[in-house]
Design a protein around this ligand. Sequence first.
Ligand code: TUI
Length: 313
Amino acid sequence: MIRTALTELLGVRYPIIQGGMAWVAESSLASAVSNAGGLGIIAAANAPADYVRAEIRKTREKTDRPFGVNVMLLSPYAEEIAAIAAEEKVPVVTTGAGNPGPYMAQWKEAGIKVFPVVASVALAKMMQRAGADAVIAEGCESGGHIGETTTMALVPQVADAVRIPVVAAGGIGDGRGLAAALMLGADGVQMGTRFLVAEECVIHPNYKESVLKAKDIGTAVTGRSTGHPVRTLRNQMTKEYLKREKEGCSFEELEEMTIGSLRRAVQEGDTKNGSMMAGQIAGLVSREQTCGEMVQEIAQQAEELLSHVDRFM
Ligand code: TUI
């Protein structure tokens, strides 16, 4: 049994949080991860506030365990969703793609545990000062919108810089990743890509198949030139995007290519022109399982490794 400051803080069995994947992480996945003993997360992404409120209520029908909502701060509905999270008194809020400072007081007043995702030491320190309960240090191995620094370099620097618990994210897909994250000074992990292929994850089967088949070098980062770098599985769309980006295409033209692309991947299973967000660990993810099987396997593998660390001494 792995007990850390994170399992204590959240009241969960395993120090495993499911990533707040846009268009992917809804009540079915979130409740399955929470029922498995981890922390399931509903992604608000760019969805309207009513959708998020309905997903919160559906999750509550499917689990009695703690869960969270991820507020994507670039969303036009971020402010409304922040208010709904407070109104609904969700146990945990995670945030992404920005600084959640303006919403912190509202969430803390509602008794919510706030876990901002950070990609730098500076934001981690700022979040601690603003009253965050933990920070999720996300390396650039992650899928979706990413920062600059790898998990290996970011996590120990964030762990040294803050007193609150640290959750490692990016490039973690099994018990080895969990054990390594604890060695780096983290108190738990957040995983997205592994949960993409969970039985309870409702994405199109073509997207799942692409993750299962992906190799170590199967992802690419588009949008570095626009200031919105995004990691996805390589396909026709990333090839075309990177070509145009190299040619110096305008921001507007590049953005236009990606409009609706995540929905095309998740709902229509368009593996050619859809944006299949996934992390570099996709090459390791090779089996569809239930969330229960995944969480148990990951925790068991980490426990086994950690109970034998003395073999190096
Ligand atoms: O947010 C994510 N991952 C995401 S959000 C998303 S939806 C989207 N799609 C296309 C373009 C933009 C968003 C898909 N994947 N991860 C957490 C994360 N946050 N990674 C990096 C950051 C981050 C970056 C800069 C957080 C804060 C920040 O600066 C804040 C500031 O103002 O200093």
